[in-house]
Write a protein that binds this ligand. Sequence first.
Ligand SMILES: [Mn+2]
Length: 332
Amino acid sequence: MLNPPKQVPDQIVEALFQAKNILVVCHVFPDVDAIGSQLALGNILESLGKNIFYYCNEFVPGMYEFMPGSEQLDNNLPDLSQFDAAVAVDCGDRFRLGHEVDALLQIHPFIVIDHHAGHRDFGDISWVEGSRSSTAEMVFDLALALNADISYNAAYNLYAAIVSDSGSFKYESTSAYTFQVASYLVNRGVIPSEVAGKLFDNYSANRLRLLENVLGSLELYSEGQIAVITATSEMFEASGAKREDTEEFINLPRAVRSVKVAAFLKETLDGYIKVSLRAKGECDVSQVALKFGGGGHRNASGYSVKDKKLAEVNIELLQELKRTLKSRWSAD
Ligand SMILES: [Mn+2]
């Protein structure tokens, strides 16, 4: 017996039943939850006879090509007048839709399904649950509410997304219901070891060489409560690794016993410093990310900075982390 924490808003079910041509979109720099939710939702709606356009702001990173249907993702903006609904999945705010945000928001009704705690409202009808493990968990509920069959491919993408966004069922957002959904998807034919192999044992040797250098950059501060690692452009060049190869790196410093907050600073190809933050327990890094114009979850957040040197970004971040650590987290 499945007991979703909350009912899917009727308005969303109604709007999707009525629409015929639907655009589905996920966020920029998509992760497994974003792509998995988008592909699964599209597949579920197709099973109900809808025409789906899978828009994505950029090319899908090669490491996600194992996700069934990923070849359908299209980064060319179609003629938007043909759509009678759009759904954005896993987007914490409108700007996460990418540079076509204004055009995309011309589609009505614009439906938003998201699980980011710091979600900033946009669109016409939104369904946001900050305590959910993943957007995929919510898309699963939507499939049930629509009385749709969940195909093997949809089940596969939903399962991969849940495993990825819950840190393999480790993060605080993992609930009994998360396991119920996972159990349903495994009963649908998904093989956990197969998905784990694709998600976690699927890396290039260049990534390992990059990791060697990135770990060499490790610095600890505040009696080992803050850990910082960095990936510079030189490190990418020397190792031959791609920018997307850094996925999961931050979890290594985060796993150190004394560490409460781990930070990862990465130089992007277009001149940004991308900062990822991970915290344990009571530490809320979404507030820190917000200060620098970013966002995210309590225990996982991030932001980007342009026109600043890595060292400068590092100093500003450290000041903020130390200050926040002192004021809020000194009790534990
Ligand atoms: Mn997510």
